[in-house]
Ligand binder design. Structure first.
Ligand SMILES: [Zn+2]
Length: 121
């Protein structure tokens, strides 16, 4: 048994950019996500902490991979004070072929960055 996946979404491109000097992430012209957000992630080389408690201060790079919106954020770990740009984090997903709505990831969830690292290397 196999299923056929209709690739209807590919005709509508996702446009992501940062606005207001990197303070906001805009997806398809709508401001979706501001900085000053806490992100938790593991398995990065960002700092020595088991779980990095990262306070974002700006978007350094943003990109789209399939339907997921990803970014590298500038900011610091509030546990140890390391200040740097993060590896790629998943910020959310754009769902729906026609309306392309943005759904942010659960920000209380800790992101495991080992799989992201492999994809971007
Ligand atoms: Zn740290």
């Amino acid at each position: 048994m196999h299923s056929i996946r209709a690739n209807v979404g590919s005709s509508v491109p996702i446009s992501v950019r940062h606005v207001d000097r990197g303070a906001w992430l805009s997806v398809n012209g709508t401001r979706e996500l501001g900085v000053s957000t806490l992100w938790q992630f593991t398995d990065s080389e960002f700092c020595e902490c088991n779980v990095t408690d990262f306070l974002a201060e700006g978007f350094a790079e943003i990109g789209v991979d399939g339907d997921s919106v990803e970014a590298r954020l500038a900011g610091r770990c509030i546990q140890c004070g390391s200040e740097e740009i993060t590896p790629w984090l998943t910020l959310g997903r754009v769902i729906g072929a026609a309306d392309r709505e943005f759904y942010p990831v659960d920000q209380d969830a800790v992101q495991d960055l080992s799989s992201m690292k492999k994809r971007h290397e």
